[in-house]
Design a protein around this ligand. Sequence first.
Ligand code: PLP
Length: 386
Amino acid sequence: MTEQAQKAGFETRAIHAGQDPDPTTGAVIPPIYATSTYKQDGVGGLRNGYEYSRSANPTRTALEECIAALEEGERGFAFASGLAAEDTLLRALCRPGDHVVIPDDAYGGSYRLFKKVAEPWGLNHTPAQVADVDAVRAAIQPGTTKLVWVETPTNPLLNIGDIAAIASVAHDAGALLVVDNTFASPYLQQPLTLGADIVVHSTTKYCGGHSDVVGGALVVRDHEVAEQLAFHQNSIGGVAGPFDSFLVLRGLRTLGVRMDRHCDNAEKVVEFLQGHDAVSQVIYPGLEEHPGHTVASKQMKRYGGIVSFRVKDGEQRALDACAKANVFTLGESLGGVESLIEHPGRMTHASVAGTELEVPADLVRLSVGIETADDLIADLDQALAG
Ligand SMILES: *Cc1c(COP(=O)(O)O)cnc(C)c1O
């Protein structure tokens, strides 16, 4: 992409970054390069550096350049899943005996990676509330803490961490700030521009956007960190394949329009839920009473498509609502065009039951899709009827 296109607006970058028409055929869309290896022009004579598809594949390169441009980073890396990206990141930047600060309501799978996989290898962690900068500072062990890991908004309680403030706390202690930007997507929030060092994505969610692919990505702004990640991406090998890369890249092209519709619909759903008798609390960073509202307004373009709420009559009512919903499909995951409903306590967050990360039993989480808003509201209305 030309320098001019690098500086272009978000939607232009989404459609053009890393996606010049194919030089051989003029194909407008980067092809799925279903190849494991590449012909060399004489020994060591690589064409554009391509040698073997674990190391690099042109379809994956297109995705990596695009997501790096969207996050305004130096370099992007695409993986087979969000957790593969996280595992690679931990192994590239941490060693046994090191320490990481993690959110006290981290994504369940990330928590499991820290607790059940990384900890037995000697990487220790301390959970801290991301909404409380002082708590994050107190959890840091200067010299030993290598990474401060933040999700914002968090899952499923939508707590907000102040990225700029936490970046300075991390940097004061010689640690790097990692932001899992899955919930916001690069359209709503660009952590690297706020001082973060590394962005993590489960591209399975909003980036892919159509619930048809599992993938992950890392974007960094520092050249040396990029080199370490590139080495570990190739050495560990949890890369995104060309078919998956194609799907994620196709999703990214429409990220901006999809996110705006997700946000429009979420705002309407929030308004409806706030007026509903069976609902005791609506959790959405766009609400003025949300404790993270001011920070969210500062660092996010809009407030996203995830809405959580608590019901008045306890767990059974929450389970009933999940069971009765129709247009909202009962299922895990989030960020696709279709609306999903789930019960975090029994589903996505079942693995943290009984730990310090446990979530309330009367909590329901919605991933508000881009269907007709009136249909979503009518569906919630019948699902919540007593
Ligand atoms: C889904 C998710 C992940 C894990 O990504 P996978 O693609 O499922 O491996 C990590 N962080 C957040 C916030 C997620 O929602």
